[in-house]
Design a protein around this ligand. Structure first.
Ligand code: ZN
Length: 378
């Protein structure tokens, strides 16, 4: 790389760092992911004349956050009606406009977005010129439908920002920890290792990528790098743990947290992993279409904390489409409130879960959480 290219990269990194809300969160100031979410919402209110008039300097509570999300929803709906060929046609046909969405229950008057529609016509969802796209990712997820999603630079930075907050919630500390990133089996063009190492680089954390399937290799890297936190797919971490049982004593390596992502983690898998490494596991949930890192457990292991400012979520009966109450099991439906490149409105995730209303025992009381996630089979 030439000197001027190096300087340009350094300048861009510095600008990116300054924009990261997660860097400003002090450890010990409550749940970092919740604090990050609240900071994002407060910033939005500060920067919007209409939101300022609506909310002023009121302390944020659940009711206000719900109002804020409905406001963002209406704004997003207006935006996609102007910019997304898919939603423009859909809402014109339905004859509905944003001013008719004043409460949560009104959302049910809008059609759901099916995964097949996104898979069949990805660019009908595109709201910006192709020049603004910096990365495109495809993912088959669990449905064998190839879905393509595009992101702008600003959106990627927002994703990285939420990832850093999630890592902070998992106990990552800039000075003492190293994250070992293990995604040997991922074949999607979205590389989680890349996003994670970028997040670590921007936030001053140490990270090391090892994509070997070999347990000896992984353990060698742990020893050499002083790894304290591990992230990888649930099935790989389970297999690694079974192999490591023969190679190490529990707790010997000083691993303090293991983040299991991309796949379900059964209670017996969790038990095996926790026994081998002598530490807690946290489950992480995300979909490529929604920005990958969408929710993560805290050490209380009491449901997944969602990235609060990013999503408006609903639980519906998958057969009838009826909105369900917190505690009732149904399909998770997500609206991506902050996306501008390819926003999704009322997107069917085909994942079954419940919404948890009670505050988490970690102290977070404004975050929305979801319970165990099961995949829809039909
Ligand atoms: Zn919690």
């Amino acid at each position: 790389m030439s000197l001027s290219a190096k300087i340009n990269t350094a300048v861009r990194m510095n600008i990116a760092k300054r924009r990261l809300e997660s860097r400003k969160i002090e450890s010990g100031a409550g749940n970092p992911l919740e604090q990050w979410g609240l900071a994002k919402i407060r910033n939005d209110i500060k920067n919007s004349k209409e939101l300022k008039e609506l909310f002023g300097n009121q302390e944020l509570d659940r009711e206000l956050i719900n109002e804020y999300k409905l406001f963002r929803f209406r704004e997003l709906m207006g935006y996609v009606m102007e910019n997304s060929p898919y939603y423009k046609e859909l809402y014109e046909k339905t004859g509905i406009n944003p001013s008719q969405i004043t409460k949560y229950e009104d959302l049910k008057n809008l059609p759901l977005t099916e995964q097949k529609q996104l898979a069949d016509h990805p660019y009908h969802f595109l709201c910006v010129s192709r020049r603004e796209i910096v990365r495109e990712f495809t993912s088959s997820g669990t449905t064998n439908m190839l879905k393509r999603m595009a992101y702008t630079q600003h959106e990627l930075l927002e994703i990285v920002d939420s990832v850093i907050s999630g890592l902070k919630m998992a106990g990552m500390d800039a000075k003492d920890d190293t994250l070992q990133i293990m995604y040997p089996t991922i074949t999607a063009t979205w590389d989680p290792g890349l996003v994670l190492s970028k997040a670590c680089a921007l936030s001053g954390y140490n990270s090391v990528i090892n994509d070997s399937l070999d347990a000896d290799e992984q353990i060698k890297t742990m020893r050499e790098s002083g790894t304290t936190i591990i992230i990888g797919t649930s099935s790989f971490l389970y297999e690694l743990s079974k192999a490591a049982r023969e190679l190490i004593q529990p707790g010997e390596l000083g691993i303090k947290r293991i983040i299991c992502s991309s796949e379900p983690l059964t209670p017996s898998m969790r038990k095996e992993i926790e026994e081998v490494w002598g530490c807690k596991t946290l489950r992480q949930w995300g979909m490529t279409e929604l920005g990958l890192a969408n929710a993560i457990e805290c050490v209380e292991q009491n449901g997944f904390h969602l990235n609060n400012p990013d999503f408006l979520v609903e639980i519906i009966d998958p057969k009838t489409g009826k909105q369900l109450l917190p505690g009732e099991e149904g399909e998770l439906v997500v609206t991506t409130l902050r996306r501008r490149c390819m926003p999704l409105i009322r997107y069917r995730t085909r994942d079954i879960t419940t919404l948890i209303e009670e505050p988490c025992t970690c102290g977070a009381c404004l975050d929305q959480r979801i319970s165990d996630i099961k995949r829809m089979t039909s």
